[in-house]
Design a protein around this ligand. Sequence first.
Ligand SMILES: [Zn+2]
Length: 348
Amino acid sequence: MTKETFQETLCIFCGKNLKNGLDHKITKEHIIPKVLGGWIKFPFVCAKCNNKFLGGNIVKILKRNIFIATAIKQLNITSAKEAYRHARLEVILDKFPSEKLIAYFDNKGRQRFFPKNLSDGSLLVEDPDLKSVLEKKIKKFEKISGRKIDFNINDFENIPTGIIIPISGTNINFIKHHKSMKSKITISELDKPIPFRIPAIIAFEHLAAFIFPEIYRPEFTPIAEWILNIHDQNRYVVCHTFFENYNPLEVKYLPYHYIRLDYKDDILSAVVVIFGFLVYSVFIAKINNLKYTFEKDLFDYYYIYDINNRKVYKFNPPQILKEEHAKFIDTVSTFGLYENKHYMKNNK
Ligand SMILES: [Zn+2]
């Protein structure tokens, strides 16, 4: 069957004939999600699969991941430039070690904290917000008490730092911390991990679009069903980027996504590297088949999605790269699966 025919008739995930009814109407799908700077669309997913499993959910999850959000900001990906505003990051300031604060990016992309009620009853407000928060508190007090408070907010810049300032006639006290007394930020938890299904979807759609247009054939069904979460959890995606080792704001992201991929029988083996940093190995196969997969010379070539130039390149890596990759696969087979199982156990 030709590529054209398959694109017009069958959904690569559920295999439904797209002419069967409205539910399975064909929709165009971004191989690399738009939020990651993807631009290539293929009409090979039905509306039902797209709405239920792909589309909106993926975008939402990706936008809330601090690494993705920071990459989008750093690389100025215009198709998703608002995305970083959705990211949330839990941080601990060393000045207040028992308090968890939530950080976000403001509309200029600066990292900011939400005001936080501390356990001693006080309110921790970030420097740029202090004046306006204080002004609101005073106005509220005036409204409730019906009294005018004698406090010149315009003189705020001249108020000394580091001491408790009571506002007379009210129950408001505040401390202005000196700007140079910045606390070290410790990232304690990342809000939304990226579900393993996302790199698997990218690998599968890439396979369908560039390598294997007859992807609706029966031997692909187990892969598609795993992606759709229908059954059979005995398949793996491994994340090699150990997030806790990195400060997302200091990572250097690249405007490229890499995909290396191989398919044999019902085994899909791929490495999906998002923004040159988030590395996933996708092994959609029964655990017993993995050894066979590792032994193979998987990566004779790889694809690069160049976000800025909107081009996909196909490369034949030199021998040295292949050797490096063999080591990489070896590490995956030793440690990766353990991590994956551990993750799945803790994130059910
Ligand atoms: Zn479908």
